[in-house]
Design a protein around this ligand. Structure first.
Ligand SMILES: Cc1ncc(COP(=O)(O)O)c(C=O)c1O
Length: 452
């Protein structure tokens, strides 16, 4: 499955016969909802290599999902598979208690710090992004002795209680958590396409959100000295690749400095080259005090995440935040190799080149199809949002689902979930002909869904 472009990707109706058999078994044993809606399944995957996924019926799909943002260096990168196998045959989760440590964990922390903000010098390894966000929230509160964290509507930090409390992707998703939530204040994320706020000083949505924090939250809701810090996605991922205006993150940094708050940037989905630089925040003049990383850290191999922070913060927090599998030696070895590959192969340049191509192609399509409300992105992370009406900007989830289904029939796997946008986030080293083939499929799918 290493071809650079493929003549015939999908050979059966979807789902194919073998997928259907497995899906019937799935319905008997897996919990509905936990992995999305059964009725929307198009295939059951058999494996994935590079930028292609193969299903159990022999169909192939160009991978515009990259394992939900974990495989930035491609599925089953041979060098990563090799270090994981070698480390697994060396040891498992050998050491956890105070009396022992593993060499891999130390080396991975050194490697990670070598590419992190200068002001950070401590690492805590965790297993998932959710856990790492939980840890960061505890560290911020314990170190500052302050109870409140400022967050933004539309962000996503995992499905745990504090993930759902600090993240507010959809009201429905967190309806069971909301009655229990304390310890957060919320401002609208500055979404250039859908801002509910106006700046009173003539600025754009970034300025409007920053003004809201001071004029509404700090004036009417909570005094600044009760706020431990801010948790922010530098580019919102799950909420539809929302790229903030240029004044937002630097303005937020200034507010943090003014009030003595910690700035915690979550790069779980936006990091490891996805936005054309190692970290998305590097696209602006800003540096966090705490960085949360995950997903792409181990090149799509072993579960790993981390909190990277200033040592004086972790020192003050002195928090137990790890868990049994956190910093698994094989995952740590994979992280070292992943960082090496990203820099050695300059996947940042690749991300910027292919991302610019996607933006150009989709912007041209926007001029043709009124259903496309917005096209946006950073690096190789591009979203196309569908609307019922360009004036009202009412989201059109049904249209997005039609486009997604036409893509799948033609052999393109993009990320939709229950939203009105499709996300383009392939491995950063996807061969250009395959990427262009994927964009052609997407264009064709939009044409068909538009009745063309
Ligand atoms: C920004 C962000 N933070 C945290 C998480 C949670 O990560 P995980 O699913 O590994 O727990 C996600 C998952 O999509 C995410 O996008």
């Amino acid at each position: 499955m290493s071809a650079t472009s493929i003549a015939s990707l999908v050979r059966t109706a979807l789902p194919g016969p073998e997928s259907l058999k497995l899906m019937a078994r799935e319905r008997r044993v897996l919990a509905h909802g936990a992995y999305g809606d059964w009725d929307e399944r198009a295939f059951v995957a058999k494996g994935a290599q590079g930028s292609l996924i193969e299903d159990v019926d022999g169909n192939h799909f160009i991978d515009f999902g990259a394992g939900w943002g974990t495989n930035n260096v491609g599925n089953c990168h041979p060098e990563i598979v090799e270090v994981v196998n070698a480390t697994m045959s060396q040891h498992g989760v050998s050491c956890w208690t105070s009396s022992a440590q593993t060499a891999q964990r130390i080396a991975a922390a050194e490697k990670l710090l070598s590419v992190c903000p200068k002001r950070t010098d401590r690492v805590v390894f965790l297993t998932t992004g959710t856990e790492a966000d939980e840890a960061a929230l505890r560290i911020m509160r314990r170190a500052s002795g302050r109870p409140i964290v400022l967050t933004f509507y539309g962000q996503y930090f995992g499905l745990s209680y504090s993930g759902q409390a600090s993240g507010s992707l959809t009201a429905e998703m967190r309806s069971d958590v909301m009655p229990l939530v304390t310890g957060y204040v919320y401002a609208p994320y500055p979404n250039p396409y859908r801002s509910p706020l106006n700046s009173s000083t003539g600025g754009g949505p970034g300025a409007a959100t920053l003004e809201y924090i001071e004029e509404v939250i700090l004036t009417h809701e909570v005094p600044a000295n009760q706020v431990a810090g801010v948790i922010v996605e530098p580019v919102i991922g799950e909420g539809g690749i929302v790229v903030p205006p240029d004044d937002f993150l630097p303005g937020l940094r200034k507010l943090c400095d003014k009030y003595g708050w910690y700035l915690c940037i979550d790069e779980v989905l936006s990091g490891f080259g996805r936005c054309g630089k190692m970290w998305a925040y590097e696209n602006w003049d800003v540096e966090p005090d705490i960085l949360v990383v995950g997903k792409g850290i181990s090149g799509g191999s072993m579960p790993l995440a981390a909190v990277v922070a200033r040592g004086d913060i972790t020192e003050k927090a002195d928090a137990y935040v790890a868990s049994t599998y956190s910093g698994h030696p094989a995952a740590c070895a994979a992280a070292i190799k992943t960082i090496e590959i990203l820099y050695r192969d300059d996947l940042f340049a690749a991300a910027n080149t292919l991302g610019a191509l996607a933006l150009e192609r989709l912007t041209a399509l926007k001029a043709r199809y009124p259903a496309i409300g917005d096209v946006r992105g950073k690096g190789l992370w591009v979203a196309v949002e569908f609307v019922k009406d360009r004036k009202t900007r009412e989201r059109d989830i049904a249209f997005a689902s039609r486009v997604n289904s036409e893509c799948l029939k033609r052999g393109l796997y993009a990320v939709q979930d229950a939203n009105a946008h499709l996300r383009i986030q392939p491995p950063l080293n996807i061969p250009r002909p395959l990427f262009e083939q994927g964009l052609d499929i997407l264009a064709d799918a939009i044409r068909v869904a538009s009745g063309g």
